[in-house]
Write a protein that binds this ligand. Structure first.
Ligand SMILES: [Mg+2]
Length: 384
């Protein structure tokens, strides 16, 4: 049987901030998003004050002026995340990075190697990460990913590690609301509740034919996972995304042409960085403009040759923008969408390899500078 641990960093963004500034420890601290000004992470103390996730910062500040509000520093969090993941790799040859602060660790068979029970291995990983990186994690252990995820939620409410053993499954699921199951969102919960299904245990009792009608193949898979049969395997292969989107609202509503095009170029830069970090190139560039009254204008172009380089894309953005932008209309947000992402480098007949190499070197240097000095250290000059 598989033995899977889900390692989840506690209040990750806040923990990173406390790591570089220990005076923030044991204080109500919130990290806020840069683009829409909402609370995206809270320390334990901030949670117990009553500050809610996703709360607009201006509201939180008014209601809870005693808390500390910090705007997010993604490059710091990325750096700490890399160190957490590297530490996890010291414990198991197979880990799957699930998000910036979560990873599945395959513990199968490691009991013999460590001469310890799985729960003891989890405790060792937990103290190892704390010691080497300095951030707290919660760890759930079980025989499937879905159960390990559930165990990690329970770990947060107990002493940081929690195991759902094969024999405990039914008892645990009886105590678990269906909405707590990984992959069951608000809508599915509402649908299941309509049929009287409230606990995860009741969910596992749904017959296969009925389950297929209700939730399709995904329902059957979830049921098996909840019963301890591993369907979702741990994979260290990174699945490339189908598209990359970068959007944000403007600080103020605007109809300023050069301000909007600069915002688009900034989004394109962030999206290009993402492409390069995933070793992908884009074939389609889309530009989105949303007006004050929420009307959306969207247009896209196919590139002759896939690229991950800003300067190739800026030209196209300018073209689409000129075609989409209506003077005197007031806009609230803008966005860039890359689609048709490819891994291979196909050179078109007309492209010059030398030019490509130059662009590649420039982009790499740019990324390195930003990694070192923070986002936005360099801007491109835009000629209108
Ligand atoms: Mg977390």
């Amino acid at each position: 049987m598989a033995e899977i641990a889900l390692v989840d960093c506690d209040s990750f963004f806040v923990s990173c901030e406390q790591l570089v500034n220990p005076s923030l420890l044991n204080k109500p601290v919130c990290v806020t998003s840069n683009n829409n000004g909402c609370v995206v992470a809270r320390s334990k103390e901030a949670k117990s004050l009553g500050i809610k996730m996703g709360m607009p910062v201006f509201m939180a500040k008014k209601e809870f002026p005693q808390a500390i509000y910090l705007s997010g520093n993604m490059s710091l969090y990325g750096d700490v995340s890399d160190r957490v993941m590297a530490t996890l790799k010291e414990y198991s040859p197979l880990i799957e990075i699930y998000s910036i602060d979560e990873a599945f660790v395959d513990l199968t068979g490691l009991r013999k190697l460590y001469r310890k029970s799985y729960i003891e291995i989890a405790k060792e990983i937990r103290s190892g990460v704390k010691e080497k990186v300095g951030v707290p994690v919660s760890i759930g252990v079980s025989s499937t990913k879905v159960l390990a995820k559930l165990a990690s939620e329970k770990a947060k409410k107990s002493d940081g590690v929690y195991k759902i053993g094969f024999r405990d499954i039914t008892e645990e699921l009886k105590k678990t609301d269906i909405s707590e199951i990984w992959g069951i969102g608000k809508n599915t919960t509402a649908l299941l509740n309509k049929y009287g299904i409230r606990t995860a245990c009741q969910f596992t009792l749904i017959e296969d034919t009925r389950m297929t009608k209700l939730l399709g193949k995904r329902g059957i898979e979830l049921k098996k996972e909840l019963l301890g049969e591993s369907i979702y395997k741990i994979s260290d292969k990174c699945i490339p995304p189908k598209s990359i989107q970068k959007t944000s609202s403007f600080a103020k509503f605007t109809s300023d042409e050069s301000y909007i095009i600069n915002s688009l170029n900034y989004h394109a830069h962030r999206a290009c960085r993402k492409l390069r970090s995933l070793n992908l190139k884009t074939k389609t560039v889309g530009v989105m403009l949303r007006t004050k009254d929420f009307k959306v204008y969207y247009q896209k172009v196919q590139l002759i040759q896939p690229t991950d380089f800003e300067f190739d894309i800026y030209e196209n953005i300018k073209l689409i923008f000129t075609d989409t932008f209506i003077p005197d209309v007031i806009y609230r947000s803008s966005g860039i969408i890359f689609e048709n992402l490819t891994e291979q480098t196909q050179l078109s007949l007309f492209s010059s390899t030398k030019e490509n190499k130059k662009g590649g070197n420039l982009a790499t240097a740019w990324d390195k500078l930003e990694d070192k000095y923070g986002r936005g250290i360099i801007f491109t000059g835009i000629k209108n």
